[in-house]
Design a protein around this ligand. Sequence first.
Ligand SMILES: NC(=O)c1ccc[n+]([C@@H]2O[C@H](COP(=O)([O-])OP(=O)(O)OC[C@H]3O[C@@H](n4cnc5c(N)ncnc54)[C@H](OP(=O)(O)O)[C@@H]3O)[C@@H](O)[C@H]2O)c1
Length: 287
Amino acid sequence: MKNNKKYILVTGATSGIGKAIALSCARYGHYVYGTTRAYDENKLQELNDIIKQEGLKFEWLELDVTNDASIAKLSEALNERPLDVLVNNAGFGVLGPVENYSVEEVQKQMDTNFFGVVRMITKFLPKIAQSQTPQIINISSIAGILSAPAYGIYSASKNALEAYSEALYYEVFHRGIRVSLVEPGGFDTGFSANSIGLNSDELQKQPSWYRNIIKLRSRKVGSDKKVVSSSRDPMRVGELVLAIMNSNSRRLRNFIGSGAYTTYLLRRYLPSSVWQGIMKLVIKRFS
Ligand SMILES: NC(=O)c1ccc[n+]([C@@H]2O[C@H](COP(=O)([O-])OP(=O)(O)OC[C@H]3O[C@@H](n4cnc5c(N)ncnc54)[C@H](OP(=O)(O)O)[C@@H]3O)[C@@H](O)[C@H]2O)c1
């Protein structure tokens, strides 16, 4: 393996954005450790066929980021192995009006999307720090930068990730450890199928503004098996993450997809009163 080839750990590599990152990195020639909560030959057959046909350096390891014992087992498996880059991608959504969710349900969201990353970084930072090219890439979301109706709980988890990652970025910068955030907009992945708050039973109990937003959303959004437009293809995120790895860029935030950067600019530069007015109009329009 040449010196510029890296050993990369991608959490949640079975579908969507994680799969795209893992494939982009492996196709470039990097060695990828891809994780799944429970290895399932049938579920992973399509991806395994690609790995085999293309002769990719790809290894499956089991990991549940909410489980300390699982993280300890992964750490043991990688004990004598090199590791240069950790990509924290594993995550899911809890969507819908915030008042509908109990503390326990909100904690579950935080446990994967935020504490899952905290656990991984706490465990693997010392190992990554030994690499010649140490790097951590956290997959956040445009929802981590702003909070919109129906996205409050998901946004809270990604907003916590944003704050944590930004502090880490400053704290390890002088040790040569690169930290990046990626803020995707909408991409066609397993996200909708794996999110809580989107199935039809759950929707019936929701206020009309939420049901109408979801109706509109479902017309525009594809799935892990069906990408509705090239702009929503998660491979774009895969290519971006590979580019972040291969460049010397020290940029902390990296927006990509479906108006993510425009939304960020609007949120940043519009007066708060105007932004809040727009959000109130959304509820009124969909009620
Ligand atoms: N799709 C979008 O539009 C979008 C936009 C912005 C940000 N994101 C973020 O992108 C990341 C990937 O999501 P996706 O859209 O690609 O969704 P996805 O297709 O549902 O993939 C989610 C991945 O996370 C893994 N995962 C879930 N919970 C886990 C846990 N407790 N421990 C370990 N792995 C776990 C799943 O693995 P298993 O196979 O083990 O279930 C799966 O590989 C998430 O952090 C999401 O918040 C997505």
